[in-house]
Design a protein around this ligand. Structure first.
Ligand SMILES: *Cc1c(COP(=O)(O)O)cnc(C)c1O
Length: 236
């Protein structure tokens, strides 16, 4: 299958899942997770109908931007973000999905203020409460949402999660349901909530379950681009 066929196939799966849940397919954004993909692959995905790309790595974001690979598509930042790289992402990514600490939130706020922009963000929630993963403890969601809402150069758009890898089909579904509850909860509690419209969850293996539980954005890599090369680790 080439990229065009894969994009169409994922769009079909997305539409089927939405309809099965009684939702309009247009309510759900397909974000292509472009990590490890070169500019040609990103360009081909955009030409095939992808309108949002999600980058994991600051370096790849910079390279793809420099080459004009997005060709009019929106770019989001979905990877782990270190505070010392915030200045390479703020003002470039239309949405940062992975804000997972107060310190990172404050750094994004400072950089956005310096640039005179308002940065859209999601709070990343560690919904499986895994020690190995980034993300805010679910119990601190409201506190962090209030902190974000109080910052002049930040616009809180919603929540993101990467649930634990499940060995069985449907195994992530209860995490997605919990995320939806948190999302509805902050939308209800925040007074200035008209921009809280994004619940980012679901990847190649489980995005239908995420849509069934209320995702408004799914981040899909492998199902669009094929398997990624193994990650090279630095030599000791
Ligand atoms: C890689 C990645 C994805 C996509 O994963 P696939 O299983 O390849 O679809 C989604 N979200 C994040 C944060 C990722 O790093």
């Amino acid at each position: 299958m080439d990229i065009q066929e894969r994009v169409r196939e994922v769009q079909r799966r997305l539409a089927r899942a939405a309809e099965a849940a009684g939702r309009a397919p247009a309510e759900i954004t397909l974000c292509a997770a472009t990590k490890t993909q070169d500019c040609a692959a990103v360009r081909a995905a955009v030409a095939a109908g992808i309108s949002v790309c999600g980058e994991n790595r600051v370096q790849e974001l910079a390279a793809h931007l420099e080459e004009g690979a997005y060709a009019g598509a929106e770019v989001h930042f979905i990877g782990r973000l270190q505070t010392n790289k915030v200045n390479k992402v703020v003002g470039r990514a239309a949405l940062i999905h992975s804000v997972d600490s107060l310190r990172l939130l404050q750094t994004v706020e400072s950089q956005a203020a310096r640039l005179g922009v308002r940065q859209d963000i999601l709070l990343e929630i560690n919904i499986g409460r895994e020690d190995s993963k980034g993300g805010i403890d679910p119990g601190r969601t409201e506190e962090m949402a209030r902190a974000a809402a109080g910052m002049e150069h930040i616009r809180l758009r919603g929540l993101m999660a990467i649930p634990p890898i499940s060995a069985v089909p449907g195994g992530s579904r209860h995490f997605f349901a919990e995320m939806y509850q948190l999302f509805v909860d902050i939308r209800t509690k925040m007074s200035d909530n008209q921009y809280i419209d994004c619940l980012s969850m679901g990847m190649s293996g489980d995005f239908e379950d995420a849509i069934a539980e209320g995702a408004t954005l799914v981040r899909v890599g492998t199902a669009l681009f094929g398997p990624r090369p193994p990650v090279r680790t630095a030599q000791p």
